[in-house]
Design a binder for this molecule. Sequence first.
Ligand code: NI
Length: 166
Amino acid sequence: MIRKIDDFLTNWKHESNSTLKVLNSLTDESLTQKVYDEGRTLGRLAWHIVITVDEMVSQTGLQFTATPHDAPIPTHAKEFAEAYKKSSDAMVQAIQEQWTDESLFEKTDMYGEQWTIATILQILISHQTHHRGQMTVLMRQAGLVVPGMYGPSKEEWLAFSGQAPE
Ligand code: NI
């Protein structure tokens, strides 16, 4: 539960670092990886995470410059992490400058419902975690090494212990 700006910023620091680790693991070739024919590609999923910062947080009235929600999907892997970092850094700076803890309880119209800003920030994190999890499946299928997020990944565990995790 987010009650103070610092609650969010501390959590976001960890979450955005995890997202950057995942985005930095992408390769140009892996961007077209799919699980099934009609499924979203790895590149499309990754870009969805990047542009959601603008798509969700701009609706709160926060003034910041993020990669726009309708920006086209890049073809080069390195552009994903760069765009995400710029958007995330701009959002964090704007929150520090424009909001107080009280701002978190202001309500905004979101998808036809009234959400507090605290709820929007919570959903921003959960939504990102959800799609990052989907990405890691596609990354393994694309033969990429998956970075650890809440603990070591299989590859990190193996490198550390010499054994596969149970
Ligand atoms: Ni989504």
